[in-house]
Design a protein around this ligand. Sequence first.
Ligand code: CUA
Length: 368
Amino acid sequence: MRRPLNQIHASSCRSAEPRWRVIGAARKLVFASHSAALIIVAGCWQQALADPGGVTSIFKPLSEPAQQIGETSILVMAICGVIFSVVAGLLLYTIIRYRHRRGDEASEPPQIYGSNQIETAWTVLPILIVFVLILVTSRTIADIQDRKPPTGAVHSTVVGHQWWWEIRYPELGIVTANELHVPESTESSHQPTYLKLQSADVAHSFWVPQLNGKTDLIPNRENNMWIAPTEPGTYLGNCAEYCGTQHARMLLRVVVQTRSEFEKWVKEQQQTAVEDPGAAEGRKIFFGNSCVSCHAIRGTSAKGVFGPDLTHLMSRQTLASGAAPNSHETLRAWVRDPQQLKVGCLMPNMQMSDKEVDQIVAYLETLR
Ligand code: CUA
């Protein structure tokens, strides 16, 4: 004997009640985990905004290209946010309004097959939105890339190495590492710095979030970027392209100084290395070992190009491309065994005695 449809459904619903309870519990769990994730994201956002100097925040741009990129990103995010709200809102409304109710088993909602108006709308609208996004983005890219250097702009060449940054100022005759010094750009004096980006080995990526977007350093190719920071201070950045074992410790600093401070720094860096008779022993060990095949010290016979220039080593804030602060203890640990501080780096343990290490460190510390 055939039973009416609603009776079949009612009995099957009763037997399936524990299943519905499980689904209900799962929904609550998903809701709770989403809420927790939202709270965590909100917390990180707060932190990123509260400490622009310490945490590298793309939401606190302090240089012209980064500001333009930031404005474009906010516009893009706002458009995407509106789309997300509309879609999620409609979805939520549909889920609640048309949820399963007791007694629904007997009937089916009206079925709609094909609607030219709706299908045209959801094809044309997204195309228009994507077109607006393309126009806005390409205008920003073109505006940033086409900017010609004004007279008096600072020019620097940054070369990526595994795993450190070589920084050259060909016009100023300066070679340094891991710390790019640039003058601040004020309203009365626009003072951008133009960078040529090259690589000595594999692909790296130059990224200082508050100053500009990422640009890759690619072997056998030269890329360009410019920055015009508006506030003095130290800006943190890092290599943003996986380049081997120590990619995560290929950190970068941009020190933005007032014009007069920058000129003072340039004068100091242009000097050749001082020769301190007090460190003669260490100097002898340095030049007697293979240190000189990798490092250069201007004004001496050390002319190596594989490692950082050490002429003014002590003027830098960090060692090993940001892996450690530049202090007596870390410098000693670094010379003793670089592999302890930065596993895989190209500087080997030179197997020196404690006394030799102390003497070399004493010599290096004269390189101010
Ligand atoms: Cu260099 Cu990652």
